[in-house]
Design a protein around this ligand. Structure first.
Ligand code: SAM
Length: 298
């Protein structure tokens, strides 16, 4: 296990107003609705246990209603607290504060995972995809959204020399610290290296322009986007990928014991509101129904 100082940096949303600063009342109904519509097309009619990675305040969690259980993971305890207030406490929802690079789950316990608007904060894509793959059962569905560097606006800006970085180059571009845009082909290759079979890449949010959103009714823009999503033209600012986990991975979806120690992979035993590692006695807190794997208790 890498030492804390050598781990990839985390874009920390702890205590942020992401919900009210970015979504609610911020004129992004178009983006929200196009994301929901592509999810509705990709997700199956029924499933067992879905891992929502970087769930934030639970904006999209209700879209996963066809799964018996949804496990929300986010590094920010405060985002999860809000999600818990909205979705409630029930065995259907499990709230877990953890780093996606160090997921505290037994291998093969999920038959699906989603990661929407999160990978753009990841400096080490191969490590993240490997960590996610480990938690998935054979053939599990993985829905990944990524910001697309080869989008129409970037292509135009590059052609007019308003932008230095090349949108056709496969390597990720970090336009602000810990904010990356990715080429669809780079993501496809990295998924394949991490033992995912890519089934679909869907371009989403073609009409993400203030001037259009202010003039054209959202219903019309969403309908137009739905048509474009089927075009296969991967030039929209956002791309959703549907992939399947292949290769070596066990099927533990029937298992109740979800958690293992994120540092050592050891079994954990429950004592009151604490999970204790069988290997080294390290203790992890459960705070008001939220499993906290950000750091062990002293
Ligand atoms: C832009 S928000 C997206 C939230 C949600 N998926 C949505 O679409 O509304 C990104 C989320 O990723 C979480 N995040 C960033 N880095 C993370 C990491 N290393 N491990 C777990 N969560 C992380 C942040 O805390 C934040 O809630």
């Amino acid at each position: 296990m890498p030492k804390p100082e050598s781990r990839p940096k985390i874009c920390d949303y702890e205590g942020s107003n992401y919900r009210t600063d970015f979504w609610e009342g911020r004129g992004r109904q178009y983006e929200d609705r196009t994301e929901r519509s592509v999810l509705r097309r990709i997700l199956p009619a029924a499933g067992k246990r879905l891992l929502e990675i970087g769930a934030g305040f639970g904006r999209l969690t209700q879209e996963y209603h066809m799964y018996e259980q949804v496990v929300l993971v986010d590094y920010s305890l405060s985002q999860l607290q809000y999600a818990q207030q909205q979705l409630g406490r029930s065995p259907r929802f499990v709230y877990v504060a953890a780093d996606v690079y160090r997921l505290p789950f037994r291998s093969g316990v999920f038959d699906a995972a989603t990661m929407i608007r999160v990978i753009h904060h990841m400096a080490d894509v191969p490590a993240v995809l490997k960590a996610i793959h480990r938690t998935l059962a054979p053939n599990a569905l993985f829905v990944l959204e990524h910001a697309n560097k080869r989008n129409l606006k970037a292509m135009l800006r590059y052609a007019l020399k308003y932008q230095q970085w090349n949108p056709y180059d496969l390597s990720p571009v970090e336009f602000v610290e810990l904010n990356f845009d990715f080429h669809p082909e780079y993501i496809r290759r990295e998924l394949e290296k991490a033992q995912f079979e890519v089934q679909k890449q869907v371009p989403v949010s073609f009409f993400r322009l203030g001037a259009l959103k202010n003039r054209v009714p959202t219903d019309v823009l969403v309908a137009m986007d739905n048509v474009m999503q089927r075009s296969g033209l991967l030039y929209a600012p956002s791309v959703f990928v549907a992939a399947r986990a292949v290769g070596e991975t066990p099927d533990h979806t029937g298992q109740n014991g979800l958690f293992v120690c994120p540092e050592t992979g050891a079994e954990l035993r429950l004592e009151g509101d604490t999970l204790i590692s069988a290997a080294n006695g390290q203790r992890w807190a459960i705070r008001d129904g939220i499993y906290d794997f950000k750091a062990p208790l002293d």
